[in-house]
Design a protein around this ligand. Structure first.
Ligand code: SF4
Length: 583
């Protein structure tokens, strides 16, 4: 029998990995080695249902299983509808969080034979076994009950048994646990199971070594409270430092369980940490079965900061009992802790969560279909939700995409504004000055904020330098130059030209010596309009002041740089201007 497991991803990205499907493929392979032939199919939201259905049918399936989440429910439904017409004998089923949350609604749509709620590994073996013995889909449907896997050690590893080839993807999802010891009302993670089940250390080690051998460059760890078991977390971090120092890891952690040693271990490897703050207001959090001790949160984050670890926070707006002012206070609290990024979301009332049951008590109005977001509450009106969404977008553009960490506090102090006030202004500016070059947009915005003040030019220079050099560093980190990299490619990706009002080398010297008062900088920095080439060499962002003629040569060469172009000019330019004295 041919089984096709369909994973529909939001977009092509390092996170677009069909881990759920691979886990099922793995147990099916073990249970029915010569009887069921399983294929995993990666599809994307941007594809039409017709194209997706055609790809599925090209594998000549007998059974098709979908992993259904909030974002792909409607496309999955449409694909299933087409498959039903094109090949009526097909057996169609679904798993995933939407199938778990709303099995009745999904079956009621009329295209699926059955759904597998909850964890699918034991269920799929049972169900396919029944089908192979002649059970009808109706019989199967009647007998299905959720069956969480008690011991993760009993599951085969999809990475190690070849069901999921890490070298075929640009990133990897790495499941280290299931369940959660906490019970946040808006979250699905802890429903249906007690406590946390962890993957045993021997398997963690074997999978890590396999990722390293496969050349995986980034790993997204699936464990919503990675540091809850500090002893195991520290053991894994030490293992990573020894065995996979070049791989970048993404962890979700809880602030309560950070200690100085853990902070140092995080800082010793390549990683980014995400902490769910959600709100800085304890009274609001208590309504959704969470809490916060602001002092403790600050102290724990300070440990990360002092160790040099990279961390970001999540915030939610529209929480029960929260107000727009309360959301602004949470935003300001989060940014006072200098996160590397701040991700802000509207509250979603997901079917199957406790919040879904309590939403009427709180007077939460929300979308009944995906993405289930809150429309309004008694304390957060519809207009407040719109204002918060506008603020969230301004924060994302200025702070996250705009790489504002190095200068945010400095410019904010000089303007004597709270973060929410600055984002409020920036939101308006964004609407009237669209510009895909975010650094240029920010520089122009701050020039207007400091209009008539001597700090305007320094502010623009600071934003320009950190924006463009940060962008180059990120690009090089994403696509490290190979030893035989084409010099044209190196010039295209690793360099950019920027205009400054002051000599950026002098500006950087001042900043590095600890002078961060914008007014003082504006007084001591001599005006010196110039052009600088920013480039990355050996992992560092460097710059070189260039003459207008050199800048013109750079622009000319760069714009004509392409796979078919001559290398001679590029090499000459790089040898004489960018990297003089280097081979
Ligand atoms: S939000 Fe995080 S901590 Fe809370 S239940 Fe979900 S996974 Fe656990």
């Amino acid at each position: 029998m041919n089984l096709v497991l369909v994973a529909i991803h939001i977009e092509a990205s390092a996170r677009a990995v069909p881990l759920g499907s691979a886990m099922l493929a793995s147990v099916v392979k073990r249970a029915f080695p010569d009887v069921v032939h399983t294929r995993i199919l990666d599809l994307f939201l941007q594809q039409s249902a017709e194209v997706c259905a055609a790809e599925i049918l090209a594998s000549d399936p007998d059974w098709v299983g979908f992993s259904i989440y909030v974002w792909n429910r409607s496309l999955s439904r449409e694909i299933a509808r087409i498959l039903r017409i094109r090949k009526p004998s097909l057996l169609l089923f679904a798993g995933g969080s939407e199938a778990t949350a709303d099995p009745v609604g999904m079956l009621g749509e009329g295209f699926l034979d059955f759904v597998l709620p909850g964890e699918g590994e034991e269920l799929i073996v049972e169900v396919l076994g029944g089908l192979l013995q002649g059970a009808s889909p109706a019989e199967i449907r009647r007998t299905i009950r959720p069956s969480p896997v008690k011991d993760l050690a009993t599951l085969p590893s999809p990475y190690l048994d070849g069901s999921l080839d890490p070298s075929a993807y640009s990133g990897m999802l790495w499941e280290l646990s299931r369940g959660c010891p906490f019970r946040c009302d808006f979250c699905f993670e802890s429903r249906g199971t007690e406590g946390t089940r962890r993957v045993p250390m021997e398997r963690v080690k074997a999978e890590l070594l396999h990722f390293e051998a496969c050349g995986v460059s980034q790993v997204f760890v699936l464990d919503p409270t990675f540091n809850f078991d500090k002893r195991q977390a520290k053991a894994i971090l030490r293992l990573i430092a020894e065995q996979a120092p070049a791989v970048h890891f993404f962890f979700e952690i809880r602030s309560e369980f950070i200690d100085p040693e853990l902070a140092r271990l995080f800082a010793s490897i390549r990683c980014s940490l995400q902490i769910g703050l959600q709100s800085a207001d304890d009274a609001v959090l208590r309504k959704i079965n969470r809490s916060i001790d602001q002092k403790d949160f600050e102290a724990k984050v300070l440990l990360l900061h002092q160790a040099g670890a990279t961390y970001g926070f999540d915030l939610i707006y529209g929480l029960p009992g929260d107000t727009l002012d309360g959301f602004h206070a949470s935003l300001d609290f989060a940014l006072s802790l200098a996160p590397n990024h701040l991700d802000i979301f509207p509250l979603s009332v997901l079917p199957g969560t406790r919040l879904h049951d309590t939403a009427p008590e709180f007077g939460l109005q929300h979308l009944e279909g995906v993405p289930y977001t809150v429309i309004a509450s008694p304390t957060f009106r519809e207009a407040d939700m719109r204002a918060a969404a506008r603020m969230a977008q301004a924060c994302d553009v200025m702070y996250n995409q705009g790489r504002a960490v190095p200068w945010f506090a400095m410019l904010l102090d000089a303007l004597a504004l709270a973060p929410f006030e600055l984002f409020g202004r920036f939101a308006g500016y964004l609407e009237t000055h669209p510009n895909p070059d975010i650094t240029a947009l920010q520089a122009a915005f701050f020039t207007s904020c400091f209009s008539g003040r001597k700090e305007a030019a320094v502010a623009a220079d600071i934003v320009t330098y950190f924006g463009y050099s940060g962008g180059l560093l990120e690009e090089v980190a994403r696509n490290p130059p190979g030893t035989s990299e084409d010099p044209r490619e190196r010039l295209r990706r690793n360099t950019c030209l920027a205009t400054f009002h002051h000599d950026p080398r002098v500006l950087l010297e001042q900043l590095e010596s600890g002078i961060t008062d914008l007014e003082h900088l504006a007084c001591v920095l001599p005006k010196h309009a110039c052009l600088a080439l920013l480039y990355v060499d050996g992992g560092d962002a460097l710059l070189r002041i260039v003459s207008p003629a050199e800048a013109e040569a750079f622009e000319r060469i760069r714009s004509s740089c392409g796979p078919g172009s001559e290398c001679g000019d590029v090499i000459h330019f790089m040898e004489t201007v960018l990297f003089p004295g280097q081979p």
